[in-house]
Design a binder for this molecule. Structure first.
Ligand code: ADP
Length: 290
């Protein structure tokens, strides 16, 4: 991924020297960054996310995540055009997705493509070559040969630690029990899969081919069930998606018993970002395994 020292340099490199931005339209819907559609004088439209200078590393990680998904060739993601800094801010520049009418069998096609992404032979280890972010929180991706150890040490444990002031002594006993018995509840996958890592309905858009494309990932090599679990946490995914994902051979027996344990990571992340409103949901999920 290319890194630029100004937006002007990026646009000249991507679209040709002399190109001018003639319109900049705010795009709503993001949680963290400002998003704009940039129209150039030759009719090209680019999508730009921007934030404070300190967000440059977040944008690099997001670009790496989108590129990792793109490299599987399994499912659509916007093409990354570069990252950089401009006038005291950082930016991530990518292809603008204007969307198209949904293809027939949109949900079935999405499920098949997601299952193909999950099946891609991408890694021999769990984790990822670099750390990234889940929402506004750092996500540690330290390499591990065991999925269960990775999920404990790099996912649940750091979130429990960050949220420790919320927990009573009794909560802490349950949490300790859960962390030391994860192998009773989780299974090791045959091999690591690339997962999107933050697959709620706001992180998918309809691409220019009418199919479902992925945006804003928090990728790593893990168990594909984390993605399916997250789709169920906040909803918005049609029943046909789950049927088709099952048919594509993506579901292992016992998934329903593991789902809440995977979503516990996302609930803890929400507790740490948004506060005590998520405490009850976190402890209900913990209690299910104690
Ligand atoms: P944030 O990082 O702030 O959460 P998102 O990545 O969710 O921002 O993007 C904000 C909104 O912009 C999304 O809800 C989506 O509708 C739209 N969007 C994201 N990527 C593109 C793109 N490449 N082209 C057009 N619109 C996009």
């Amino acid at each position: 991924m290319k890194e630029y020292i100004s937006l002007k340099e990026a646009i000249a490199d991507v679209c040709g020297p002399g190109r001018q931005i003639i319109d900049q339209r705010y795009v709503a819907g993001g949680d963290i960054n400002e998003a704009h559609a940039l129209s150039l004088d030759d009719g090209t439209v680019l999508f730009m996310k921007s934030n404070a200078l300190s967000a440059l590393d977040n944008f690099k990680a997001e670009a790496q995540g989108l590129e990792a998904i793109r490299n599987t060739g399994a499912i659509g993601v916007p093409e990354i055009l570069g990252v950089g800094t401009n006038a005291g801010a950082s930016f991530l520049l990518m292809e603008y997705i204007s969307g198209a009418p949904r293809v027939k069998n949109y949900w079935e096609v999405f499920a098949a493509e997601l299952a193909a992404m999950h099946r891609s032979d991408v890694s021999t280890f769990f984790g990822f070559p670099n750390d990234n972010w889940i929402g506004s929180r750092k996500q540690i991706n330290r390499k591990n040969d065991s999925w269960i150890a990775f999920y404990r040490d790099c996912r649940l444990q750091p979130q429990f630690e960050a949220a420790k002031t919320y927990f009573t002594a009794s909560d802490r006993r349950k949490i300790e029990y859960l962390l030391s018995h994860l192998d009773h509840f989780l299974i090791e996958p045959e091999r690591p899969s690339l997962v999107h890592g933050d697959l709620w309905s706001g992180n998918k858009i309809t691409g220019n081919d009418g199919k479902c494309w992925l945006i804003d990932p928090a990728v790593y090599y893990g168990h594909p069930e984390v993605d399916i679990a997250m789709t169920e946490l906040f909803g918005g995914f049609d029943g046909r998606f789950y049927e088709a994902y099952k048919e594509a051979g993506g579901m292992e027996p016992g998934y329903a018993d593991r789902r809440d344990l995977y979503n516990l990571y996302q609930l803890l992340n929400h507790l740490n970002i948004f506060g005590g409103g998520y405490y009850g949901a976190v402890m209900r999920a913990v209690a299910r395994y104690c």
